[in-house]
Write a protein that binds this ligand. Structure first.
Ligand SMILES: Cc1cc2nc3c(=O)[nH]c(=O)nc-3n(C[C@H](O)[C@H](O)[C@H](O)COP(=O)(O)OP(=O)(O)OC[C@H]3O[C@@H](n4cnc5c(N)ncnc54)[C@H](O)[C@@H]3O)c2cc1C
Length: 313
């Protein structure tokens, strides 16, 4: 069976790893690399995670993957001073986790999917891809845009599921510093400030030089999302001067995440459209976050496998 997966983030790769053992699987992503919101950026000699900062593990299935990646030194643990349970992150940057997961998977990058016509996916490049089953894992508003361009009958139920998933925006600032910070345990959660989180990528061990990531709060990000990026970054940096003195900042970059955390999610871990060959998965389904995206991909893959075995019988 030909299975196409749109999105090489945690959900898409989690599904692909299972399905590729039994079917012809292709993952298509518009990005230059895999990982989606599990993103790491180089700024000169520095490196910063600017999407996901860390993740937790609750389920046995996700724990099995993370234990394997811990033994391969792809993942490390992080004990934040403000939190009791252990968090995890990519030892050499968050994006190394999806990169490792994508080994041996057929991934096509730099390919933006723009339309579904019958059992065919069309890309902006003009390329066409046929599928028997399609799993779409973009943030749900982007899935909605794709479906609006497509010739697919959307039922009232499909529509209500699509409308039920919402995301918070997040503005991220990555600043290169000329000296180390004294942020305890390399990360600090702030309340009632424009900035909700500061990570010291140097202390975290992913940057060879001092470099921090700031995430604006959901409210500040929503209020300032369309504003001037330089002014927004200045406001964010000024609000955390007690941790990052102005004199220590060498340079900075800003990134707007229109979709960061899925604040309102569909209760099941994936969704099968009335058109039975199309599925939606990702962090908008189930428990959310990195682990939710992993479980969503795993569950949709298991469902497709089970259904294909029934057909064979
Ligand atoms: C700023 C920020 C902070 C976060 N912090 C945390 C955290 O601390 N802990 C935590 O657990 N989670 C955190 N998250 C959330 C976490 O990153 C996500 O829940 C998870 O990575 C979602 O994975 P996914 O596969 O569902 O989606 P994504 O990672 O978004 O993957 C979707 C993929 O689809 C691709 N795509 C989109 N449109 C198209 C198209 N038209 N054609 C082809 N490809 C397309 C994208 O390029 C992307 O690679 C954070 C996210 C952000 C942005």
């Amino acid at each position: 069976m030909k299975i196409l997966i749109v999105g090489a983030g945690m959900a898409g790769l989690s599904a692909a790893r299972i399905l590729a053992k039994y079917h012809e699987v292709t993952v298509i992503d518009k990005g230059r690399g895999v990982g989606g919101r599990m993103a790491t950026r180089k700024i000169g000699d520095c490196q910063a995670d600017h999407g996901t900062q860390y993740f937790s593990v609750q389920s046995a299935n996700f724990q099995a993957l993370i234990d394997q990646l811990l033994t391969e030194s792809v993942v490390s643990t992080w004990q934040l001073a403000q939190r009791t349970n252990i968090r995890y992150f990519g030892s050499k940057g968050m994006k190394m986790i999806p990169k490792k997961m994508s080994e041996n998977i057929n991934v096509i990058l730099n390919e933006k999917v723009c339309k579904i016509v019958n059992n065919k996916l069309l890309a902006e490049s003009g390329n066409e891809y046929f599928f028997d089953q399609l799993i779409i894992t973009q943030p749900v508003p982007q899935i909605q845009e794709l479906l609006n361009q497509s010739s697919i009958d959307i039922s009232a139920k499909d529509e209500s599921v699509l409308n039920s998933v919402k995301y918070e925006p997040c503005i991220a600032v990555m600043a290169v510093l000329n000296k180390e910070t004294s942020i305890q345990s390399g990360g600090i959660i702030l309340e009632n400030k424009p900035v909700a989180w500061i990570a010291d990528n140097f202390q975290k061990g992913i940057s060879t030089k001092p470099c921090v990531t700031l995430h604006a709060s959901a409210n500040f990000s929503a209020e300032n999302f369309e504003g001037d990026l330089n002014e927004i970054a200045q406001k964010m940096l000024e609000s955390v001067e007690e941790f990052i003195p102005k004199s220590s900042i060498e340079t900075y970059q800003v990134h707007r995440w229109r979709y960061s955390l899925a604040s309102s999610r569909f209760h099941e871990t994936f969704y099968q459209f009335d058109d039975k060959s199309i599925f939606m998965a990702g962090d908008g389904f189930g428990i959310g976050n990195v682990e939710g995206a992993f479980l969503s991909g795993l569950n949709v893959a298991e469902f497709i496998l089970e259904a294909s075995l029934k057909t064979v019988k």
